[in-house]
Ligand binder design. Structure first.
Ligand code: F6P
Length: 475
């Protein structure tokens, strides 16, 4: 049952702009709404209040499911969403877990980021097929909700690898709609993509090709998608789907304003205490995500201290590794390994008044901005990354300008490569040398490069990124 008169613009994503926590107090428990930020939130606000827009997302946890029950499956209360019209889908918890953790995060994420240790994995067996049915059901729930909510000829922007099948499903239900799909991840090259069973590989591609337009963060990922279509489905793009590229940038106005509030100044003072007087900083801020390559970043830092003893006591690696996908054992193990290696380095090189690695694992946005402002060097060394906004944000916020050590496998490399110190993310020795070069970069050169990095990294701010996609779809 549609909850609106029919929206002109719709966005669909797994994670929505609001999440709920359920506490046991009160009749049936009290719900507390927490609003998130990010590109889609800024994008949707940019289309203005006159355009009817609805965001369809999934209930992620128990609090969200309770909120969906209280909204009787319709729109969430406007006071929880800042006025944004949000329809959250109360997909069965078991189906959701199989689709999100079992397929999207354990298979599709691994394929696109090339994370498998292939002698033993992946194993596409009967259990995988069972979960695939849940992935289909999850995509169908989105397609049905979008079909219900959309006005005649509306524009629908479907996000990411969670929702690869939804464009075709929606096309079948509503041929009148203009449908776009956007991939926020890298796209795997054909040889790696074809680890997937042939029928599943074809279903994923034809799912996305149900859209009028399939868009990516970089030309490299768009070309990989096209190459997979050729290899799996045959030459040409059978559906006539157009391919686009929109390189999401950082939001400089927001970042500069937010980074100069009092809570950030407080965090800066606390961090300065931890770092110690007059020391250089190598800053990284990531979710503790397998693709972010935090452990090799630490190993490279250890190598730097071994090969260039002149930096001992004179530099601190400030590493923020915030919890992510802790339902998956491999992510929990990776988090433990990050902690272990950081402790090892501190044990090996630390002195009574120098802690070589300052590691924080509790998410704190104000502290992240404080670290950005203090950064002499930003380390962004992912194995593979759709874009990596940290690489674009630190140069905007850093007080003195920072040198950027950047993996050539991050999408951001396409735009920032010229002014970064570029690394192969697997090469520890090479990354250690890059850190040495970045730390020793003359102040004038560093400031100049940082200015150019900030300009390139903010060329397509979130609102423009979103509007460009809508325009390309033909509003
Ligand atoms: O990088 C792709 C992406 O979908 C991002 O848009 C998002 O930050 C993340 O992955 C999803 O993470 P989570 O599983 O925590 O929602």
């Amino acid at each position: 049952m549609a909850s609106t008169q029919g929206a002109e613009v719709l966005v669909a994503s797994n994670r929505g702009p609001v999440s709920y926590e359920l506490s046991p107090e009160g009749d049936g428990g009290t719900l507390r709404a927490r609003r998130g930020g990010g590109g889609l939130v800024s994008g949707l606000s940019a289309i203005g209040p006159d355009t009817d827009a609805v965001w369809v997302c999934a209930a992620l946890g128990d609090g969200d499911r309770e909120a969906v029950r209280r909204a009787a499956g319709g729109l969430l209360p406007a006071e929880d969403t800042g006025g944004q019209r949000v329809r959250m889908l109360g997909i069965d918890a078991g189906v959701y877990a199989d689709a999100y953790n079992g397929i999207a995060n354990s298979a599709l994420w691994f394929v696109h980021h090339m994370l498998y240790q292939t002698p033993l994995e992946p194993v596409f067996d009967a259990e995988f097929r069972r979960r695939w049915e849940s992935y289909r059901a999850y995509n169908r729930a989105f397609a049905e909700a979008l079909a219900e909510e959309a006005a005649e000829g509306a524009a629908v922007l479907i996000q990411d690898y969670h929702l690869a099948l939804a464009p075709r499903m929606l096309r079948q239900l509503r041929p009148d709609l203009r449908i776009g799909h956007f991939s926020h991840t890298p796209w795997a090259p054909p040889d790696y993509f074809r680890l997937l069973p042939d029928d599943i590989a074809a279903e994923l591609l034809t799912g996305i090709l149900g859209a009028d337009r399939a868009a990516f963060l970089t030309r490299r990922w768009a070309d990989a998608f096209t190459a997979c279509c050729h290899d799996v489905l045959g030459p040409g793009i059978p559906s006539g789907t157009r391919i686009g590229v929109h390189g999401l940038g950082a939001d400089s106005d927001f970042l500069r304003e937010r980074a100069h509030r009092a809570d950030v100044a407080e965090r800066m003072a606390a961090l300065r205490e931890e770092i110690g007087e007059g020391r250089r900083t190598i800053v990284r801020v990531d979710r503790t995500e397998l693709s972010k390559n935090i452990v090799r970043g630490l190993l490279a830092y250890r190598q730097l201290l071994a090969d260039h003893p002149e930096w001992r006591e004179r530099v601190v690696h400030v590493a923020f590794a915030y919890p992510s996908r802790q339902d998956l054992a491999v992510y929990r193990a990776y988090t433990d390994e990050v902690r272990r290696v950081a402790q090892e380095i501190n044990g090996e090189y630390g002195t009574p008044d120098w802690t070589p690695v300052v590691l924080h694992v509790k998410d704190d946005f104000a502290r992240s901005l404080a670290a950005y402002r203090l950064a002499d060097v930003a380390l962004v060394n992912p194995i593979r990354d759709g874009m990596n906004l940290v690489a674009k944000e630190v140069p905007v916020v850093s007080d003195e300008g920072c040198a950027l050590v950047l993996s050539r496998e991050a999408g951001a490399y396409e735009e920032l490569g010229d002014d970064a110190v570029v690394v192969n993310p697997y090469d520890i020795t090479g990354t250690a040398e890059a850190l040495h070069e970045a730390l020793g970069m003359p102040a004038g050169e560093r400031a100049e490069r940082s200015k150019r990095l900030a300009a390139a990294g903010t060329a397509l701010p979130p609102a423009r990124w979103f509007l460009d996609q809508l325009e390309a779809l033909g509003r």
